[in-house]
Ligand binder design. Structure first.
Ligand code: HEC
Length: 184
C-alpha cells in the first residue's frame, strides 16, 4: 500500500505518541511541586512533616490557607449568624460573630495586601466599629440600623474591588433588617 506504514516506522511513531500524550496530560493537570508528594507518601496524613523541606511546607500552607476568598467565606458564614442573632434579639451573639468578621477580613488582607486600602476605608474604619458599638450598647433598632449601614459597606467594597456580582446573592438581597423587608 502506498500510504501504509512500513513495520520499521511503528516504534518511532509510538514513541512520539507517548511523548505527546504525556505532554497533554501535564498541560491538563499541571500539579505544582508542593502538591505532588503528600498523596504518594506512606503516611499521607503527615502532609507537612513528610514534605521535603520547609519551603515546600510553607508553600503547602500558603495554598491550603487560601486567599481573600477564604476570608470572605468565613465572613459570609458569620454574617448570616449576625443576622440570625439580631432577628432573635441576641445582640451579644451578634457582637461575637461581628468581632470575628473583623479578624477574618484583617486575616484576608494579611494574605492579599492589595485588598487592604478599600477594606479599611470602606468597612473596618467606620461601619465595622459603629456596628460593634451598636450591638454592644444599643437597642434592637439601633442594632438593625448599624447592620444596614454595614451591609451597604460590604457591598460598596465589592463594587470598589470589581466584584459587584457578589452583591446579587441571597445574603444581600434577602438578609435585610425587618423594617427594610416590610418596606419592599
Ligand atoms: C476589600 C473589601 C471587601 C469588604 C469590606 C468585604 N468584601 Fe466580600 N469580597 C471582596 C472580594 C474582593 C471578594 C472576592 C474574593 C476573591 O475572589 O478572591 C469578596 C467575596 C465575597 C463573597 C463570596 C465568597 C465566596 O467565595 O463564596 C461573599 C459572600 C462576601 N464577599 C461577603 C461579604 C460580606 C458579608 C461583607 C461584609 C461583612 C464583605 N464581603 C466585605 C471584598 C470585600
Amino acid at each position: 500500500m502506498r500510504h501504509g506504514l512500513r513495520l520499521s516506522e511503528y516504534p518511532k511513531r509510538l514513541a512520539l505518541l507517548a511523548v505527546l500524550t504525556a505532554t497533554a496530560a501535564l498541560t491538563i493537570n499541571p500539579a505544582p511541586a508542593w502538591a505532588t508528594t503528600a498523596a504518594e507518601s506512606d503516611t499521607p496524613d503527615r502532609w507537612l512533616l513528610d514534605a521535603a523541606d520547609d519551603d515546600t511546607r510553607f508553600e503547602r500552607l500558603e495554598q491550603y490557607l487560601g486567599g481573600f476568598s477564604a476570608a470572605m467565606w468565613e465572613t459570609k458564614a458569620r454574617y448570616v449568624r449576625v443576622h440570625e442573632a439580631l432577628a432573635i434579639g441576641n445582640r451579644a451573639l451578634a457582637l461575637y460573630h461581628w468581632e470575628k468578621i473583623g479578624s477574618a477580613i484583617r486575616g484576608g488582607y494579611l494574605k492579599r495586601p492589595a485588598r487592604r486600602a478599600n477594606a479599611d476605608a470602606l468597612f473596618l474604619d467606620n461601619a465595622w466599629p459603629e456596628a460593634a458599638k451598636a450591638f454592644e450598647e444599643g437597642d434592637d433598632q439601633r442594632a438593625w440600623e448599624a447592620f444596614t449601614r454595614a451591609r451597604a459597606a460590604c457591598m460598596a467594597c465589592h463594587v470598589a474591588e470589581d466584584v459587584a456580582f457578589m452583591n446579587e446573592q441571597a445574603i444581600f438581597t434577602e438578609l435585610v433588617a425587618p423594617s427594610t423587608a416590610s418596606d419592599d
